[in-house]
Ligand binder design. Structure first.
Ligand code: HEM
Length: 213
């Protein structure tokens, strides 16, 4: 464990609770969603007890995930706006993957890759929410015509699969940048991690203070 003086706060306690509730909600909807979609994976519905319970709990966990993401959206959207230099970062992804990111641009709170992933996750979540509400039996589904219901279910499944790919990339990148996951577990990251991956954020912390970790 790093010395307290060598670490800075990256994610506050409420942000971490929201993040892990999102992850739990996502895991449950992803596993049960795969169980609904692929007949050969029907057995996965056992994660929620029975197929009937899965039908009831799938949207409930979906709402848990959405609520967690609303909190993450409110806290992180200001840090995920496009900035000058983002294009240059994308042009040099090979250098960045080799660990030479500090030669490319001085990265702020989030790097452009994280920002892009953030907006994709938020966009897909909105589509999943709308299509999921339309298809939610017995509450809303009967209010809509059958063709719209079918379209909603197709879109819901496509967005769900895309979201799984994005989350796999997100988790992989979290572990790829060593020292990142500890920020989401304990709240703090080491100064050397921040200096290497988010030097402008570290500099801004010293001048402005960390108002929205
Ligand atoms: C085992 C699963 C997961 C791990 C290990 C993980 C890890 C992380 C880490 C380390 C961060 C902070 C990145 C940083 O400080 O630079 C983060 C942020 C975030 N995570 Fe996750 N995450 C997981 C699951 C998820 C899921 C399922 C979602 C959404 C469906 C999600 C959405 C987000 C969002 C929106 C942020 C804040 C902005 C960003 O970094 O893109 N995470 N996650």
């Amino acid at each position: 464990m790093a010395n307290q003086k060598d670490v800075v706060l990256r994610h506050s306690y409420p942000a971490r609770v929201a993040h892990w509730l999102t992850a739990l909600g996502f895991f449950m909807v992803a596993v049960s969603g795969l169980g609904f979609f692929f007949p050969s994976l029907h057995w996965l519905l056992g994660i929620m007890g029975t197929p009937q319970l899965a039908q009831f709990l799938h949207p409930v966990f979906g709402i848990v995930m959405v609520l967690g993401l609303v909190v993450l959206f409110l806290r992180n959207a200001p840090h995920c706006l496009p900035e000058k230099g983002d294009g240059k970062w994308f042009q040099h992804t090979a250098d960045i993957l080799k660990g030479n990111e500090h030669h490319v641009v001085e990265v702020g709170h989030y790097n452009p890759g994280q920002k892009m992933l953030f907006w994709k996750i938020m966009g897909l979540t909105l589509l999943l929410l709308i299509t999921g509400l339309i298809a939610w039996r017995p509450y809303f589904a009967d209010l809509f015509p059958i063709p719209l219901l079918r379209l909603a279910l197709v879109l819901h499944s496509v967005c769900g699969i895309l979201m799984m790919f994005l989350v796999i990339v997100h988790i992989y990148m979290g572990f790829w940048y060593k020292g990142t996951v500890r920020g989401m577990l304990y709240g703090t990251v080491t100064r050397s991690w921040a200096k290497k991956h988010h030097p402008r954020w570290l500099r801004e912390l010293a001048t402005k203070g960390n108002k929205n970790p």
